[in-house]
Design a protein around this ligand. Sequence first.
Ligand code: CA
Length: 228
Amino acid sequence: MTKILIVEDEESIRKFIRVNLEIEEYEVCEAGSGEDALEIAKTFNPDIVLLDIMLPGIDGYQVCEALRRYEKTMGIIMLTAKNQDIDKIHGLEVGSDDYMSKPFNPKELVLRIKSLERRLIVPTDDKDKEVISSSVFKLDKKARKFYKNQEEIILTPTEYQVILLFLENQKKAISRDEILDNVWGEDFIGDSKIVDVNIRRLRSKIEEDSSRPEFIKTVWGVGYIWEV
Ligand code: CA
């Protein structure tokens, strides 16, 4: 059963989301502030966090960054009241997997959650090679861990899927649309900027100099390529 933590200071919105998620049989927990969310997350261990940006006390961006420092890999969807690109992009840069603008249709929220759940599921296909190596990198599919020079690089569920796609298609240019379809799913409604933001964040994690990437290279007019 997927566990979802709703972080939202407006009680009516929180209850509305809760009712809709419980219909889908998710296990739900609520937090009314960022501080509460960080405490609850330690014991509740959510698989997915729905995170409002504007909160009293520490805001959603800070909560997102703090959650990303926890060892457990969880999916994070930011809920933004302001329908502005800058907010969404900032949310993605601090490590969220997706965002939704309020007000939203609960059915769409459930679709986004299901898409994120697919990124969290560990593949059980035994035919697949469990460890993929490439240059100084190693990806352990069973443990869902990624290493550079034996040192683990902590990835969000979305970043993990992007890296997996690259390593399974080394030296092949992959378009933004292919990345979107593979990682976010073909029913994803958001725009392809989400790909670029994740690439930027990945580069900052794995490249020596992310302005001159050696591994994730841009293919102008197409998308990206894993070069080694
Ligand atoms: Ca709020």
